[in-house]
Ligand binder design. Structure first.
Ligand SMILES: [Zn+2]
Ligand SMILES: [Zn+2]
Length: 313
């Protein structure tokens, strides 16, 4: 199951309650850090996630509130051997700034003590591992090369427990073999094939993450049918002119996108200190009811929207 942990949910500057942008997406053994604002290391520690396997970082864009934590993180990894490779993925402009920060300030001519890969993102698939796919799509914000990310679990055929029951397949290893696509022989001697107990192929749960963002009309296709959508909501409608001026969304605009794209649940992040959570939630709820305002250390599990809702908050 895809899980996401909000490490930092504040816009532009940290507040007492909220750290700067950073999220961890995990699926089985794979982990991705999305953005790395100042203070991310401490948030990682406080979340209990730890640094192990945290060697892939996806950057939404190159603004300082999303990248300054990379310097501290690399500095820690330089003294600590558990990470031997660090991949940082970002658009070309952000990557240039990250290069300056890491090679100009942190390393200053020293060789990185780990394999440091700065990788330019282009729209499309970033990686595919055993059916689990991570892809990037362009996002409009201030400056070029801003990206959103899609995470999708492998498609699978659901196990039809009632069918198995009716055929007399006992719970346990025989059912596991059938799910794995193998025919089995029941204690009675009867043969059962996987096609008898597996439903039609269905796409896996899908999570969309969008960082800072100025408009939503160019995101509807990328977000269509997503089970969970994480996106910024820096302003409220009363300050829509400021949102427009600085290339951000209002809570209402984010909710409108969720409605238009038919997403399952909307999580708002990149929250400004000028508002309280209740106001942000209320404005979004008027447009789209399935919405939460994320707080630091909230965890979500991404389930298909036609399955029972997530237990965690
Ligand atoms: Zn930002
Ligand atoms: Zn920004």
């Amino acid at each position: 199951m895809i899980e996401l942990v909000f490490l930092g949910t504040s816009a532009s500057a940290p507040s007492v309650q909220r750290g700067l942008s950073s999220h961890v997406v995990a699926y089985r053994d794979a982990r991705f850090l999305i953005d790395c604002g100042e203070g991310t290391q401490r948030q990682i520690l406080r979340s209990g996630l730890g640094f192990r396997r945290l060697n892939r970082i996806l950057i939404t864009h190159g603004h300082l509130d999303h990248i300054l934590g990379l310097a501290g993180l690399l500095s820690t990894f330089m003294r600590w051997e558990a990470i031997d490779r660090l991949e940082i993925w970002a658009g070309a402009w952000a990557l240039e700034r990250i290069h300056d920060l890491l090679y100009g300030v942190v390393l200053r001519g020293a060789r990185p003590p780990l394999e440091l890969q700065l990788r330019a993102i282009e729209a499309g698939d970033l990686l595919e591992d055993d059916g689990f796919r991570v892809s990037a799509f362009p996002v409009t914000h201030r400056g070029p090369g801003c990206f959103g990310f899609a995470f999708e679990e492998p498609s699978r055929r659901p196990f039809l427990a009632e069918r198995a029951e009716a055929l007399g397949v006992p719970p346990g290893p025989l059912r596991r073999d059938l799910v794995a696509g193998q025919a089995v022989t029941l204690p009675s001697g009867r043969q059962v094939g996987p096609e008898e107990v597996l439903g039609p192929l269905r796409r896996g749960p899908r999570l969309i993450h969008v960082g800072d963002c100025a408009r939503t009309d160019d995101l509807v296709d990328a977000c269509r049918g997503a089970d969970s959508l994480v996106i910024e909501a820096t302003y409220l409608d009363v300050e829509a002119d400021l949102a427009h001026e600085f290339g951000h969304l209002t809570a209402r605009q984010a909710a409108r996108l969720a409605l238009d794209a038919g997403v399952g649940h909307l999580y708002l992040t990149h929250i400004s200190r000028r508002y309280n959570d209740r106001e942000v939630l209320q404005e979004a709820q008027e447009v789209f009811p399935h919405v939460s305002v994320a707080r630091d250390f909230d965890r979500i599990e991404v389930r298909r929207q036609d399955e029972p809702p997530s237990k965690s908050s």
